[in-house]
Design a protein around this ligand. Structure first.
Ligand code: URA
Length: 232
């Protein structure tokens, strides 16, 4: 593979950015500076860019702190999408794992690993998803019990058991853990209890927790430990 293509594929920069790096002498192959973007790699070389090793990676995994007002889609005619928050050169092949509503914020996994996405979304795999929610009216024990027993929504959809942990300081705030990901699920669960969700933020997906350092709209790559916790 061409050196410039390899660097772009490893998300070092766009094709033109990596060409520039190569021409500036900032890329080396097996310890030798290479200034030809078309230099041919066999796959066994040690490549560095700006002094950092560029190892081959089959897949890329990012966590995004999704802001409100952005839709969970790869493209949309009207609204900004979660992928629009990533630069063009990284965006290729990435898909969001699951969907958050336009007004929901928080953890979204964005990856090109279709098998992992399938596994996380499959109902057979029972991946717990935790959300912080605020409601217009205080929640109470009867809501906890109704969710624990498994709700039937107004349209007849039967839901699995969900755990509701109401804040002692403010009963309009709670953390909810659900295992499914049905359309508007949490909003519909609360609506069936006569309450409206006014704020919803996803905190975690299985073992993967939202990094508190990430501001809304920011993303970072998952660490090796986070990736293996999801894959195992
Ligand atoms: N449940 C909802 O109602 N909305 C979301 O975005 C996620 C879960």
């Amino acid at each position: 593979m061409r050196l410039d293509k390899y660097l772009a594929n490893m998300h070092i920069g766009s094709r033109s950015e990596v060409k520039e790096l190569i021409r500036k002498g900032l890329v080396s192959v097996n310890g030798n500076t290479v200034r030809d973007p078309g230099f041919s790699l066999s796959g066994s070389e040690n490549v560095t860019a700006k002094g950092q090793a560029v190892e081959y990676r089959e897949h890329f995994y990012y966590m995004l702190n999704k802001p409100a007002g952005v839709v969970t889609a790869t493209e949309d005619k009207r609204d900004q999408t979660v992928l629009d928050l990533f630069p063009e050169e990284i965006r290729r092949g990435l898909i969001p794992a699951g969907r958050l509503d336009k007004d929901t914020v928080g953890l979204l996994l964005i990856t090109d690993d279709g098998d992992l996405v399938h596994r996380l979304l499959s109902p057979a795999h029972h991946v717990d998803k935790r959300y912080l929610l605020h409601t217009d009216i205080a929640m109470d024990k009867t809501d906890i019990e109704a969710f624990r027993a498994g709700l039937t929504l107004q349209d007849g959809t039967e839901l699995k058991e969900a755990l509701l942990e109401i804040s002692e300081a403010d009963p309009c705030k709670a953390v909810i853990t659900i295992r499914e990901g049905k359309y508007h699920q949490i909003k519909r669960m609360l609506a069936s209890r006569g309450k409206q969700v006014i704020y919803l933020k996803r905190l975690s997906i299985g073992p993967l927790a939202l990094d508190p350092q990430l501001k809304e709209g920011e993303y970072r790559e998952l660490t090796e430990a986070e990736i293996s916790s999801l894959l195992n």
